[in-house]
Design a protein around this ligand. Sequence first.
Ligand SMILES: [Mn+2]
Length: 333
Amino acid sequence: MSRIAEVASNYGNIRVVCHPNADPDCLGSAFAIMTSLKATLPGIDIAVVAPDGIGAVSSRLVSYLGISAEDSLPEETELVILVDMPSMAQIPSVKEVVVAKDVPYVLIDHHVRDKEAAAAALYSVIKNKSSTCEIVYALLDKSTLDVKALQGLVTGIVYDSRRFLLPPDTAIRAVVGMMHKGASLRLAVEMLTNEQGASERMARLKGASRVKIYKAGEWLIAFSRVGSFEASVARALTDIGADLAFIIHEEKGALRLTGRSTDKFHRMTGLNLSSDIMKPLAVAFAGQGGGHPTAASVNLSATSDEVTSKTLSLIFSKLGLREQDLKAINTKK
Ligand SMILES: [Mn+2]
């Protein structure tokens, strides 16, 4: 029996919980954990909870897997399994129940470790892999995974590794193993295409048209603002030439900053968006944030001007640049 099944065997009512706007990596992981534990421990009551919705990019995977996710954590939950997030900071409604009832939790994740949340977990597996699905595949007893569960894991790996662009060796090995057991790489890619509807493409075009460009030494930094699809817009800006892109989303006095960098920028400067930018911003402006070295975000109480200038100064101190190395580029002529 896998270690996670051993842990789960002490509980009757288990919920596998997704982060807001659940993506294919999160859902593929949650579905595989649920079906594997069900196969190993037939008596348990287990389901997937998506407390803050499922991302549009996951819609085809969700219908393929036939997941019907609950939207809140039932009061009688005895064990929570958090997948693809470092802590419960993003899901306050779940955190409230877990804290009030002292519900034990398991943490399976590939983001930058939240030491406090990991220490408080009953059991945690946090690894530096391109997807949570890859970690989940290594963790579960292979004989408990059917083709559907394997297909979900392959789809999550393809999605979160950005089609194997991130350091891919172990991800490819895992996918090949699952293809031998009936999962299809072609189906995974198919389920992830058409992911951009008209509203997402509109957000990307608006984001590009509102961009403010700064030249910092030899690096190009882009700032923009949109009302939705911030991650997609930030990635669009790095795709068209920015080394670093930041998207601001403001709503009802709350501000969310989403950042993306190219792998080359990260490699050459060592700048980690999560620990060098989002975490210090969270401290400076009473917020919550984190993520990966090249993809991270933060929720703040601050104005966009305050956030922009603080972000630039954090980049400067990390890169060892001086104020005069910064040039705002005129995009209006
Ligand atoms: Mn992930």
